[in-house]
Ligand binder design. Sequence first.
Ligand code: 13P
Ligand code: SF4
Length: 342
Amino acid sequence: MNLPMAGAAGAPLLLESIPELQREVRALADERGAVILAHNYQLPEVQDIADYVGDSLGLSQRAAAADAETIVFCGVHFMAETASILCPDKRILIPDPDAGCSLADSITAQQLRDWKARFAPARPIVVMYVNTSAEVKAETDYCCTSANAVQVVERIRAEHGDDVEILFGPDMFLGRYVERTLGRPMHVWDGECHVHAGIRPGDIAAVRGSHPGAEFLIHPECGCSTSVMEYVAAGDVPAEGVHMLSTGGMLARARALGDRGSDGARATAIVATETGMLHPLRRTAPDVDFIAANEAASCRFMKMITLTKLRDSLRDGEHEVKVPAEIADRARLAIERMVQIG
Ligand code: 13P
Ligand code: SF4
């Protein structure tokens, strides 16, 4: 898929209107008893007023544990659907219902049913990344995120034996990463996220040249992830400087890097993921220099959530995301397994 990478949708906010809108948002959230959850790729001004900012796994865990009646999800549509499945009695709002995901669009429920049918005699186990529609999750045995994909497949091997056939999707780069980490083949769907797939091996070669000695923090959805693992295997890149991490894992690594700088030298880390991630990384470890592997890696869907739309969503109670019970009831177990494996 070849979609454009773009910045924030809609008219840009005047800088001076940001604090005022943030005050309005916080006041409305308190008045409505709403909790605001935001993904690490959200605009900085949205992250800064959220009750919780995190990766897909952390957001699902927070949604499941939330005691507020309303959850406003600042992220993309499948994340709000996941919250609706986990919390069927809560009101889940998304500030822009058109905030989709190219990776989630790369497999439909019918395609998954057809794929399963081809392997039916072998009784395969289906593992789907959480970046999928609720209908796809309803056809899934285990969901996973980038933070726990390896552990989910390990759990399946422990429970179903080493020979079990695994259908893994929809992200092919994450699938290959899991296969390589566990040294075990799976059947991997050939979907991709247009933003992460656009971070190519050539980007890594270029930033490595200009920042020798820097660490690499690489999201396993990236188009460069396979080649970086190959550089490591060939001894071209030292393994200890390369970390394949979810966005939450990157923040944990940033904390460790920030704590290390007692010799006065600033650490540098090259970050291969959506560029919104630079904001929470810099906030977490201000003494570390974070460099984007590809400055153009911006998810236009994530950036559709603006402070103005968040304010309107809280004020008007829009746009509710409610997964129908017949789908939610079939999708819940796969998500609960993901949350429980952690
Ligand atoms: P994580 O936050 O789980 O690493 O996911 C990244 C992503 O692309 C979400 O859409
Ligand atoms: Fe989907 Fe990619 Fe955007 Fe994440 S960065 S929401 S996977 S399109």
